[in-house]
Design a protein around this ligand. Structure first.
Ligand SMILES: [Zn+2]
Length: 547
């Protein structure tokens, strides 16, 4: 959407996070662009009659956040489907299904997480689920989206028996899981899909997010979903949608053909991949590990792609000048990605590989070798600090799955940042909700301090870093000439984080010219979004009724 022509809006009396002026208290926006940032005292020289003047009353203005890994339609569906995220036992899950199931009608549920149930309380069997559902087709996605529980009716309708990943107990993984998701998407009406898209984008806007990277593809979304999301984003006052398509290619011609085909269908694709899965997830024990799962001897997850397949895609994308992206979580999956990067670098050269700006999603168990390889090959990481906050603490899911030692090596934010690996932050919503400050806090204050990055580094990764990974030229900062894509926040105190062993050259002296950020230390309140603006268009507004 275009802002009304000639609109000029002056914000004053707050704090503006800008590299152009670390002490800025005011910002002038003209149309879709930042026209000026500076001190209140200088604002009159820049304003003229008819400008809208907004008194910030001490609020903070920052660039809007970029959520670099989302599944919008799936997120929106949570609002209409059966939300199982609060379920705390198998009985509660079965009761929830029994309360919502209707004969013959497909019921989709989401978000169960048995790692939060009492010890020994396993997931229900297919027979139990059939009884609770009264024979209805039901598919219940695990919180990580990498496995599901299905009823016999759903298994029958989707032809799941005999597919890889089918378990007689009704738990589906890999191919059987994908077929179950296809059946679920097929049952979704166009009206319901559109309502889900709008609901998700509105939720992003309300969280201060101006841009999302939608990880689209088969099983992940219904056909035509990415084009529909981008059309909606253009037609209404909603955040921008950068598109990723999880389609694997084998040569540059095929890469170009996929992009051209997407464009013909109305979708702009920034990269080929995203949730192009090398492995699964730790919660579902489908992430590929080099050693056994601590809580399942003999199990190491599974690889969906080998190094030759990953290298083939990387090679084709690099030659076509297209960004590639892979989902890789386990150390064995990340080793496959590194082996593939090395093969492509040997063939095409490091500069060609690095300039394509490929990215890896999650990279949870990246060890020192992986971090060094990513730095060497200019490969970026799109990470989800909320995973670490939810499952990374001692005694949580990662420790069950990995044991204490491997758990400590998960999400090496500090090592990635120190090596110069380009970083972006995201939620993987619906796995975790849109909550950008919580992500910044999670990376700044993880369960193990040696993995922490500064709040400023995390904040920059969640704003500028996201734009940088998309490679579309958006600066992601508020300075004259930049797109007017920003958020206004209620904040308590702004602080410059004290220097500690994580930081070098960081001064608490105001004269150092470092803009302040909200205090995100443990116990400090999170900023509350009051307005989100994308290219000058207000996409979320809670400011007019402000005190
Ligand atoms: Zn994802």
């Amino acid at each position: 959407m275009e802002p009304p022509a000639g609109t000029r809006r002056l914000y004053r009396g707050g704090a503006v996070y800008s590299p152009a002026d670390p002490f800025a208290t005011a910002m002038l926006v003209e149309g879709s662009t930042v026209a000026w940032v500076g001190p209140d005292e200088a604002a009159p020289a820049w304003t003229r009659e008819g400008d809208e003047v907004v008194d910030l009353e001490g609020r903070l203005v920052t660039p809007a956040f970029v959520d670099a890994h989302v599944h919008l339609t799936e997120t929106g569906l949570r609002r209409t489907g059966l939300d199982l995220s609060a379920v705390r036992s198998r009985t509660e899950l079965l009761d929830a299904v029994a309360a919502r199931a209707r004969p013959g009608e497909l019921l989709a549920g989401f978000g169960w997480d048995e790692s939060r149930w009492p010890a020994g309380d396993g997931v229900p069997t297919r027979a139990e689920l059939d009884r609770a559902a009264g024979g209805a087709p039901v598919v219940l996605s695990r919180v990580d989206g990498h496995s599901a529980l299905v009823t016999s009716a759903l298994a029958e309708a989707a032809g799941l028996r005999g597919l890889a990943g089918w378990d007689e107990d009704g738990r589906v993984r890999t191919a059987a899981h994908h077929a179950a998701l296809d059946a679920r998407w097929a049952a979704l009406s166009p009206t319901a899909a559109q309502a889900a898209r709008r609901a998700a984008l509105e939720a992003a806007a309300a969280a201060g997010i101006g841009t999302v990277h939608e990880m689209s593809g088969r099983w992940l979304a219904p056909p035509g979903d990415l084009a529909a999301l981008q059309a909606l984003s253009r037609a209404e006052a909603l955040p921008d949608v950068v598109g990723y398509l999880a389609e694997r290619v084998e040569d540059p011609e095929q890469a170009r053909a996929v992009l051209a085909g997407a464009a013909a269908g109305g979708a702009a694709v920034a990269g080929l991949g995203g949730d192009l899965v090398v492995d699964g997830a730790l919660g579902s024990r489908t992430a590929a590990l080099r050693a056994d799962y601590a809580d399942a001897p003999g199990e190491r997850g599974s690889l969906h792609l080998d190094a030759a397949a990953v290298a083939g895609h990387l090679h084709a994308c690099t030659r076509a000048g297209v960004q590639a992206a892979f989902h890789a979580i386990g150390d064995a999956a990340l080793a496959v990605v590194v082996e593939a990067l090395e093969a492509v670098a040997a063939d095409l050269g490091v500069p060609a590989l690095a300039s394509a700006g490929h990215r890896v999603e999650h990279a949870v168990l990246a060890d020192a070798d992986v971090v060094a390889a990513f730095a060497r090959f200019g490969t970026a990481v799109s990470t989800q600090p909320a995973f670490d906050a939810h499952w990374g603490a001692p005694g949580s899911l990662y420790e069950s799955r990995l044991g204490p030692q491997r758990r400590r090596g998960a999400h090496p934010f500090a090592a990635l940042a120190a090596a110069g690996v380009p970083l972006a932050l995201g939620s993987d919503t619906p796995v975790t909700p849109f909550a950008p400050w919580a992500a910044v806090r999670a990376a700044g204050f993880p369960p193990d301090e040696e993995r922490a990055v500064s709040v400023r580094a995390a904040f920059l990764a969640h704003t500028r870093g996201g734009h940088r990974l998309a490679g579309l030229g958006h600066p992601g900062v508020l300075r004259p000439g930049a797109p007017a894509t920003y958020a206004v926040w209620d904040v308590a105190d702004l602080v410059v984080q004290a220097p500690d062993r994580r930081l070098s050259g960081w001064s608490t002296d105001a004269r150092s010219g470092t803009p302040g950020l909200p205090d995100l230390g443990p116990g400090a309140p999170e900023p509350v979004c009051r307005r989100t603006v994308v290219d000058g268009v207000v996409v979320h507004d809670d400011l007019r009724g402000a005190r």
